[in-house]
Design a protein around this ligand. Structure first.
Ligand SMILES: C[N+](C)(C)CCCC[C@H](N)C(=O)O
Ligand SMILES: O=C(O)CCC(=O)C(=O)O
Length: 474
């Protein structure tokens, strides 16, 4: 009985120590608690406590992985992001000749890889920097017709010893299967978009909590995955001040610096000679059509408005493009071909124009997918270069096409109107979502920033996929 009471009081003490260990915010607190445990408990009790701790840690990690996988699935990321265990054919051998290596896969397909390509792609630490992920091998010293001395199919992958210098390279099977190009066997990462009309978002717009985003990378994953999916997302309960708004922006990346500044805090005082700094209505547009690369994301957080009007409107430019292609394919082609000169030249010390002009609808040259809408009729310059076509045809076709485009984006069912509220910040994909506002009176103060698209894309992949999965595709 005495022994039972002693171990009971020990366990009670252990419970108090563990609660502090469980709440400990960093290893040092946990280590201190473990030292206290060792001084308090006998060996059997210690063993059960340590196994409980490791179970707790495993559960926390698993919960984080499950959450990441849920977010990844919500992103619509294709199945390839889950590491594949690819198998080579049990009936055929890996082979090579003076030009290529041939790998027969279990699925009955054989991939071929040029020898020089394989040597140039060696991932060993002397050919590819293990930390910076940059190529170290001297590509230009690789003989064009390099060939293997031997090619061995090992459990995890292919080992090649190169004839010219005896260098040994190892290529994991899943790496070879993923990067197979003759033939292409796997899709690279693609992220689903939910195209929307007003009724799809009006009642329940994508939203995250400020504390969630600021509290963890999983919160940033949720935020960035919603931005990717819907093209925009609100952040609720943001402290109504520029400092906290800037901290929120920085959870994705640094603010993009432009002639408007980095993080901006603006009102209708023409502090910058642009109509955004007035109280007039702004039709649906994307920002920065005059930059070689328009800003990727834009955040707007209304801090104060003591007048009327100043409602905001969003429309999904990718949805509008799909409608245009269905209703007027010829106009879709025109807006995908005719290049639009644009400028920002209101400030005395600014005359910004893109290095080369771009169409309103821009596509990935490899996949043909729509990747960017650039639309700002106010910032369009004089169009005196109707390249490539017959200007007698192109001029009229262009005006007909933008008239149809404007008619589609301003359809009531396309326009999602709302009033920005202090404490609820809006961020949107400026390459996809058109935005505007109604005219207003009174004092109206808005803060926000631009973020480069590459910096957003990086953060979205890393927080949603994890670094290992994101780097698989390099
Ligand atoms: C920087 N801030 C968002 C306040 C104003 C930006 C003005 C953007 C310009 N009207 C355009 O469409 O590109
Ligand atoms: O004032 C607003 O609500 C938006 C201004 C705007 O459209 C812009 O700055 O591009």
């Amino acid at each position: 009985m005495r022994r039972f009471l002693k171990s009971l009081s020990n366990l009670r003490k252990a419970g108090q120590i563990l609660r502090s260990a469980q709440n400990s915010v960093n290893r040092s607190n946990a280590d201190a608690s473990n030292r206290m445990l060792r001084n308090t408990l006998d060996r059997p009790a210690l063993r059960s406590i340590y196994s409980w701790q490791s179970t707790l840690r495993a559960r926390v990690q698993q919960a984080s992985n499950d959450r990441r996988n849920t977010l990844t699935r919500s992103l619509g990321v294709n199945a390839n992001v889950v590491p594949r265990t690819t198998v080579i054919s049990p009936h055929h051998q890996v082979s090579f000749d003076n030009k290529k290596v041939y790998i027969p896969w279990d699925e009955g397909i054989t991939s071929s890889y040029h020898n020089i390509w394989l040597r140039d792609s060696c991932q060993c630490s002397s050919c590819f920097h293990p930390i910076t992920k940059q190529r170290l091998v001297d590509t230009f010293s690789i003989p064009t017709f390099i060939r293997p001395e031997s090619a061995e199919a090992l459990d995890g992958g292919l080992k090649i010893t190169w004839a010219n210098d005896g260098h040994e390279s190892f290529y994991p099977w899943d790496w070879l299967h993923l990067h197979s190009y003759q033939p292409v066997l796997e899709k690279h990462l693609s992220f689903r978009r939910e195209l929307w009309s007003r009724d799809d978002v009006q009642e329940n717009p994508p939203m995250v909590e400020f504390s969630t985003v600021m509290g963890s990378d999983m919160g940033v994953a949720e935020w960035t995955s919603k931005i990717k999916l819907y093209g925009f997302c609100f952040v609720d309960n943001v402290p109504v001040n520029p400092d906290n708004t800037e901290k929120l922006v920085n959870r994705i990346s640094f603010a993009r610096q432009t002639h408007y500044g980095g993080f901006w805090d603006f009102t209708s005082d023409l502090a910058s000679n642009d109509t955004a700094y007035t109280d007039i209505a702004l039709g649906l547009h994307t920002d920065g059509t005059y930059f070689t690369e328009p800003p990727g994301l834009q955040m707007l957080h209304l801090l104060h408005h003591n007048g009327s009007g100043g409602e905001s409107v969003l429309a999904d430019g990718f949805k509008a493009a799909r409608i245009l292609r269905e209703e007027a394919p010829e106009h879709y082609k025109t807006l995908s071909r005719i290049r639009i000169p644009a400028h920002s030249a209101g400030n005395e010390d600014v005359c910004i124009r893109p290095a080369s002009s771009s169409p309103i609808l821009n596509h990935d040259e490899l996949t043909g997918a729509l990747i960017q809408v650039r639309w700002n009729n106010d910032d369009r310059s004089t169009m005196d270069r109707w390249q490539g076509g017959d200007s007698d045809v192109d001029v009229i076709n262009f005006y007909e096409a933008i008239r149809k485009w404007h008619e589609i984006i301003t359809r009531p069912e396309m326009e999602y109107w709302f009033k920005l509220q202090p404490g609820c910040a809006l961020i949107f994909d400026n390459w996809r979502i058109l935005h505007g506002r109604s005219a207003f009176d009174g004092e109206r103060r808005v803060c926000g920033a631009y973020i480069n698209m590459d910096d957003f894309d990086s953060k979205m992949r890393l927080t949603n996929l994890g670094r290992e999965a994101a780097l698989k595709y390099l």
